[in-house]
Design a protein around this ligand. Structure first.
Ligand code: NAD
Length: 424
């Protein structure tokens, strides 16, 4: 396969999201005028982010904040720092946030932000300067009842602390203005591992219903960052056998199951490449090889558009694809997997744990009352399980893929809120 063939099918996040929208909108017979309204973003802010770099040069970055829909509550979504975080990608991700918050029935809409920058080239001072400048430029459109940012790719609790500081300098101390903050600044217990925990809850529920037990099940995970590493740890605790993982630098394979707690320490805590861990065979070309390992559960937990017709949809050997990353499966690949009888658990169900606990964080900040870890985890379990059950019921009653079912539920909720609010 030539790389251009592969590129042709590597659709942008926004195109993937649009294609999925059409299918679900048709299932629920969504009126054409409502379709137009729900497809387009409420507001797109594009700002220049001028920053003095360490070598004295003035660099001008481009930053975006897209507020896709706020009918069900303030817009909510992460901020990513990545060279490809352009307006189109940010719109696709903001749209997915609208469906995710609606599906999980939390009182938020959807947003996303991005600054086009190669984060790994930045010093800590430059990272802080970009964050503060970007926040100042979009602050007018933020706020606990307007739009609440959170961390995403290459941003973290420290970045949220700087955002909070800039916002508070302008409007007074407002911890509910961002989520994913350090605990010392009003962050929530359980937030860091929430996305991995939420994904594990969905896998447990599906495993029970479909007769694919987690205990003894074989798992392959692409990406060993916040989501992939925590999920691996939780699955290992449940008795799963994690047989292969990869990160941006390479991969590791062990047919007997990797020693996940030690690998977690090596990679997530000490920030070393997975391939350098002494407990499996390093993969020479992990981007290719990771998809060839036979397993029960295949978990993309890194990038979008990694399961494609040209690359691997016809050959991956698993029972279930668990979309921990956003938009990892292209629409054509989705169809191929469906025809092959491979279940795809969709991203905005699987990886919703992060935004659910962000909602808990916002609630704790507004109530000025911290919850215990046990309270957070119990309520996360309840939210994830409820969303899982309604998606399964509709998928089974209508005979449609889970993605279509999940999106149809979300679309209906957002459309109803839009119609009730009126004003158009
Ligand atoms: P992260 O930056 O902590 O980790 C990303 C991981 O992917 C790293 O291990 C990195 O090395 C790896 N990676 C990057 N390129 C790769 C490649 N080509 N091959 C293999 N591995 C590669 O990010 P994260 O927070 O774990 O997010 C992962 C995905 O989950 C993203 O799609 C993100 O949008 C999505 N997501 C994250 C959260 C959250 O709360 N963190 C919530 C919802 C969705």
């Amino acid at each position: 396969m030539s790389s251009s063939q592969n590129d042709r099918e590597r659709l942008s996040t926004n195109l993937i999201v649009e294609n999925q929208f059409e299918i679900a909108a048709n299932l629920i017979g969504l009126e054409p005028s409502m379709q137009v309204l729900l497809k387009s973003p409420f507001r797109t802010v594009s700002v220049e982010v001028p920053v003095r770099m360490d070598d004295g040069r003035l660099e001008v970055f481009r930053g975006y904040r897209v507020q896709h829909n706020g009918a069900r509550g303030p817009c909510k979504g992460g901020v990513r720092y990545h060279p490809e975080a352009d307006e189109e990608e940010v719109l696709g991700l903001a749209t997915t946030m609208t469906w995710k918050t609606a599906l999980l029935d939390i009182p938020f809409g959807g947003a996303k932000g991005g600054v086009q920058v190669r984060a790994r080239d930045l010093s800590q001072r430059e990272l802080e300067a970009i964050t503060r400048q970007f926040t100042r430029r979009i602050a007018l459109f933020l706020g606990p009842y307007r739009d609440i940012p959170a961390p995403d790719m290459n941003t973290n609790p420290q970045v949220m602390a700087w955002m909070l500081d800039e916002y508070s300098a302008k409007y007074g101390y407002t911890p509910a203005a961002v989520t994913g903050k350090p605990i010392a600044l009003g962050g929530s217990l359980g937030r860091e591992e929430a996305t991995g925990r939420g994904a594990m809850i969905i896998m447990q529920s599906y495993g029970r219903d479909a007769g694919i037990p987690i205990k003894g099940g074989r798992v392959v995970i692409q990406g060993f960052g916040n989501v992939g590493a925590h999920l691996a740890l939780f699955l290992h605790e449940q008795g799963a056998k994690v047989v292969a993982v990869s990160d941006v630098n390479g991969g590791l394979h062990n047919e007997n199951g990797l020693d996940v707690p030690s690998l977690f320490e090596h990679t997530y805590i000490r920030r070393k490449p997975v391939a350098e861990f002494d407990g499996g065979d390093a993969m020479s070309d992990a981007d290719d090889e990771i998809w060839k390992v036979s397993c029960d559960w295949l978990v993309p937990a890194a990038l979008g558009s990694v399961i494609t017709k040209e690359k691997n949809a016809n050959t991956i050997d698993c029972k279930v694809v668990v979309e921990a990353a956003n938009s990892p499966t292209t629409p054509i690949a989705d169809k191929i997997l469906e025809a092959r009888g491979i279940q795809v658990l969709p991203d905005f169900l699987v990886n919703a744990g992060g935004v659910v606990v962000s909602y808990f964080e916002w609630t704790q900040n507004l109530q000025q009352e911290p919850w215990t870890l046990e309270q957070v985890n119990r309520r996360l379990q309840a939210k994830m399980t409820k969303a899982y059950e309604i998606v399964r019921e509709l998928a089974e009653s209508k005979g449609v893929p889970w993605r279509t079912s999940a999106l149809a539920i979300a679309l209906r909720r957002v459309a109803d809120a839009e119609a009730l609010r009126g004003g158009h």
